[in-house]
Design a protein around this ligand. Structure first.
Ligand code: SF4
Length: 307
């Protein structure tokens, strides 16, 4: 049986060398089912979740298959427990490891020093938003407004759709399951820290039942978002999902067609990618690969603009 897996590993290695794309390692574990009553923006029904195991590399696939079948000798990490294994096969397993990926939480902290004046203006704007009743239905149903999360000197801004149930309860954007996935995207996918980016939404109030924002609600709230962008002055904006891109860019093109290209918002480069909640509903290698590609482009643009 060991011989079979060694042959399999060699074959997979050959495929990898031949250019077969490696599965992204953004989110190696399958997402847990969503509890009943949880916010749709924060997750999806358990039946919609792809619970198949996710493998980070060909070698990892072979190692996990060995473990599942109870076969000794689990790749490079198990080579000490398999004394009969040749140094040649150990070497193959070692080299089959994926190339180094960004370490979580490293790199790209804001370079611009924090400005107390900007902080004060954002605090004043947040106070104005907290009193806002422009959208009567939202103002009556919200627990609180959800202004933003992140430093005023952030160079990267994420713009989402609207608060969900968890965000409405805590007053912070992207703190539910979708938010946890966004944090993984930022750290594992981009090599950044969540506390170094600015995160906000098109709407500052949760739409009842997490329905999509209505155009008039987005129009009412647009002034606040525009002012946030003006004050934070990010180098790059990443739009999360079709609702955010539609209202920020005034363009209803589906995300699938809009992603992969740079747009502009008042001279700021904008990249559109899928909302993390969409990923939770479509937890496939293809969807993750697309978001992986998008956020890497965003990180690369940020580095480019920093010089
Ligand atoms: S969504 Fe925006 S404009 Fe509407 S009530 Fe809330 S803060 Fe005001």
């Amino acid at each position: 049986m060991n011989g079979f897996f060694r042959a399999l590993e060699c074959r997979l290695r050959a495929l990898q060398l031949a250019g077969v794309r490696r599965v992204p390692r953004l989110w190696p574990e399958a997402p847990a089912p969503v509890a009943a009553g949880a916010s749709p923006s924060a997750g999806v029904a358990a039946s919609a979740v792809d619970s198949r195991p996710q493998f980070g590399s060909m070698a990892e696939f072979a190692r996990q298959m060995r473990e599942r079948l109870g076969v000794a000798g689990g790749g490079a990490g198990a080579s000490k427990a398999a004394p009969g294994r040749s140094s040649r096969s150990r070497g193959a397993a070692e080299t089959a490891r994926p190339a180094a990926e960004p370490e979580a939480g490293q790199g790209l902290p804001p370079r611009r020093p924090a400005d107390a004046g900007v902080d004060a203006q954002l605090a004043s704007l947040a106070a104005t938003v907290a009193r806002c009743t422009r959208c009567a239905e939202l103002a009556a149903s919200r627990t609180q407004t959800v202004f933003a999360d992140g430093p005023s000197n952030a160079e990267l801004m994420f713009v989402g759709e609207a608060p969900g149930q968890d965000e409405d309860a805590r007053g912070v954007p992207f703190v539910g399951r979708a938010g946890q996935l966004l944090t993984k995207i930022i750290t594992a996918g981009m090599g950044m820290r969540r506390e170094d980016v600015y995160i906000c939404n098109i709407l500052k109030c949760r739409p009842p039942g997490n329905r999509n924002p209505a155009p008039d609600e987005a129009a009412h709230c647009r002034e606040y978002l525009d002012k946030q962008i003006e004050l934070v002055a990010p180098k790059v904006i990443c739009c999360l999902g079709g609702v955010a891109s539609r209202f920020l860019l005034d363009d209803a093109t589906p995300v699938g067609q809009m992603r992969g290209q740079w747009r502009q918002y008042r001279g700021i480069p904008v990249r559109v990618t899928y909302h993390p909640a969409y990923l939770l509903r479509n937890y496939t290698v293809d969807a993750r690969q697309k978001v992986w590609d998008d956020v890497r482009e965003v990180a690369a643009k940020l580095r480019e603009l920093r010089g």
